[in-house]
Design a protein around this ligand. Structure first.
Ligand code: TPP
Length: 639
């Protein structure tokens, strides 16, 4: 058996000794290992397979960690991890206490900036470059940005400033014509025109036209001009948008041609900054199923690497499915409903909506801020926009939710997928802040369903229910998980706004749960019942408006209140209940708030993370027992 080259790579320094043919062999070994591990653990397969040669070339030419590489989103950094001392732990990728799927400074000095959300790399790298300049350090800073990430406005805010600073910033634009799905928008077509040389042709045509229309010049001059075709070509290069922004544009370069990449990166070292190197890669490169269906292998579930088939799930379909099926049914009855995604058509399920209602569907790119304000404009025109965004990514658009939606009390519906604790990806992807960052916005109605059946009624209530009070903005948050498996009511029901639901009655303690915590709370009540403790379990349904009457009355009755949410305990549902009790002079009730503690949650399986936060049946029951310890003479019922 041939000796593995990867086994001998302990740091990027080891790369510098390899011959070109060894580098090629190394690329093959890396691809094999990435496929092996991701097929077991799940992860970002397609983006990583596309970046093997670019990463090898960067680490061969530059001197990390002195030279700093910032990975946009960070989902393409597996090769980087393998080359920077994490090969032996790579099999623990995305597992509890294993290595993270994203760059993480706590994990390695080679990870220069923590990422997970898109479009930040240029700004971060520019900050690092300027920081180094202030300190008098000489090094290169490289931002690696995808064409998808470039659709995020922030990437352009960074380029805009970088063009005016003359620092040693190198932007590597990884253009694979894909975001998770097809890249969208005018910029994406512009990049393809550069790829195919059409930017040059456009220039040629414009030049021809201009020369022909100069009086007394005419055809002969055109002939002369085209004899200096090479000069024209180089002139044309200066016409890319990046040149206009003050960058030295280099490209397009084949991102799988190692020799070419080495040459271009080496040359870039001697150019005056800032430089943008446009590389063209193939997402999923080297693994046919990922090449042909890169969107499915973007963030892949575990799969059989021989067949490329995903391992079957648990049976019940995810909340996302129930959301989009309901939206489609509602849209069939109401042609004002419009659906908007920010580059997550598959993840939010809206690709199905788009296939059925192509004129009422928009993928705006990785542009959450724009998505929200765009929806506000549609709402102003009397339409009913539904913006489906992952909870964590809506954080980007907080001011747009406030300034463009809430300030005008516009009826925009926010469907917040991946709310709560999200498995595998870690702190950048947990959706554990939305209850806190939306609750305090005036006019916002904020709901979370206990199951998929309630999700459909909530969407109906928000969008279409006849006789509903006129609602302004509404947010509905639901988890990244399979539904509970309850049957779906055939007919939609209008839920009374701000009304909670009593699910079980007991005298010792009130458990107020929201969203995906409701069923675990019911199970906890079952455990407590076996110990003679009677719990009233309430499905709060609304975090805003809260059911003041019911919560007030039951808190007074039991005197012990346990709130349960898979959101941070800071400023979320529990805080809302505490405020209510204070306002209603009910502070004699003893209250305990269970939720995500005020610290970052590392990556791991959802069940484990929920367990650690006390957010499962056992943890909720333990929380109740602890609270009841403060009871002077606890009433224990006979079993
Ligand atoms: C603010 C934000 N919105 C959405 C996402 C989800 N997301 C992760 S990667 C990705 C596509 C990135 O495309 P690109 O930058 O071209 O990289 P590629 O995967 O093609 O290599 C998206 C939309 C995110 N990480 N951050």
């Amino acid at each position: 058996m041939a000796i593995s080259i990867l086994d001998k790579i302990n740091s990027p320094k080891d790369l510098k000794r390899l011959s070109h043919s060894e580098l090629h062999r190394l690329a093959r070994e890396i691809r094999r290992l990435i496929i092996d591990v991701v097929s077991q653990n799940g992860g970002h397969l397609a983006s990583n397979l596309g970046m093997v040669e670019v990463t090898l070339a960067l680490h061969r030419v530059f001197d990390a960690p002195k030279d700093k590489i910032v990975w946009d989103v960070g989902h393409q950094a597996y090769t980087h991890k393998l080359l920077t001392g994490r090969r032996d732990r790579f099999h623990t990728l995305r597992q509890w206490q294993g290595i993270s799927g994203f760059p993480k400074r706590e994990e390695s000095p080679y990870d220069t900036f923590n990422t997970g959300h898109a479009s930040t790399a240029v700004s971060a790298a520019l900050g690092l470059a300027e920081g180094a300049r202030y300190k008098g350090e000489r090094n290169f800073t490289i931002a690696v940005v995808g064409d998808g990430a470039l659709t995020g406005g922030m990437a352009f805010e960074g380029l805009n400033q970088a063009g005016t600073l003359k620092g040693e910033l190198i932007v590597v634009l990884n253009d694979n014509e894909m975001s998770i799905s097809q890249s969208v928008g005018a910029l994406s077509s512009y990049l393809s025109r550069i790829q195919t040389g059409q930017v040059y042709h456009t220039f040629k045509k414009q030049a021809e036209y201009a020369l022909k229309h100069i009086p007394a010049v005419g055809e002969r001059m055109v002939d002369v001009a085209f004899r200096v075709k090479e000069a024209m070509k180089s002139l044309a290069r200066h016409l890319t948008i990046f040149d206009e922004l003050g960058f030295e544009y280099v490209g397009p370069v084949d991102g799988h041609d190692l020799e070419k990449l080495l040459e271009v990166f080496e040359a870039a070292k001697s150019l005056e900054g800032p430089i943008l190197i446009h590389v063209h890669t193939k997402k999923g490169k080297g693994y046919l199923p990922a090449e042909s269906q890169s969107h499915l292998f973007h963030s892949a579930k575990p799969f059989d690497k021989e067949t490329g088939k995903f391992k079957p799930g648990k049976g019940v379909l995810p909340y996302t499915h129930f959301f989009v099926e309901t939206l489609i049914r509602l849209a069939q009855q109401d042609d004002k409903i419009i659906a908007i995604t920010a580059a997550m058509p598959g993840g939010t399920g809206l690709d199905r909506f788009g296939n059925i209602f192509p004129d009422r569907y928009y993928d705006v790119g990785i542009a959450e801020q724009h998505a929200v304000t765009f929806a506000a404009g549609l709402a102003q025109e009397g339409l009913k926009p539904v913006v489906a965004i992952y909870s964590t990514f809506l954080q980007r658009a907080f001011d747009q939710v406030f300034h463009d939606v809430c300030l005008q009390n516009l009826p925009v519906v926010f469907a917040l997928d991946r709310a709560g604790i999200v498995p595998g990806d870690g702190p950048t992807h947990n959706g554990v802040f939305d209850l806190s960052y939306l609750r305090h916005l005036p006019g916002m109605a904020l709901m979370a369903p206990k199951d998929e059946n309630e999700l459909q009624h909530m969407l109906y209530t928000a969008l279409a229910a006849p006789g509903s009070p006129k609602l302004g903005p509404v947010a509905i948050r639901y988890p990244k998980s399979a539904g509970v498996g309850v049957p779906l009511d055939k007919d939609f029901k209008r839920l009374p706004i701000g009304k909670a639901e009593i699910l079980e009655e007991g005298e010792d303690i009130l458990i107020l749960a929201i969203g995906s915590m409701v069923y675990p709370a019911l199970q906890a009540a079952g455990l407590l019942r076996q110990e003679g403790i009677g719990a009233t379990v309430v499905n709060a349904r609304f975090v805003k408006p809260l059911d003041r009457e019911l919560i007030g009355r039951l808190s007074k009755k039991t005197g012990y209140v346990l709130t349960v949410e898979d959101n941070t305990v800071v400023g979320g549902f529990g805080s809302a209940v505490l405020e209510l009790l204070a306002q209603e002079n009910l502070f004699s009730a003893k209250v305990k708030c269970l939720g995500v503690p005020d610290r970052l949650l590392e990556h791991g399986p959802r069940e484990l993370l929920c367990h650690q936060c006390g957010l499962d049946a056992e943890g909720i029951a333990a929380g109740a027992r602890e609270l009841l310890k403060t009871k002077p003479s606890p009433r224990r019922k006979k079993q």
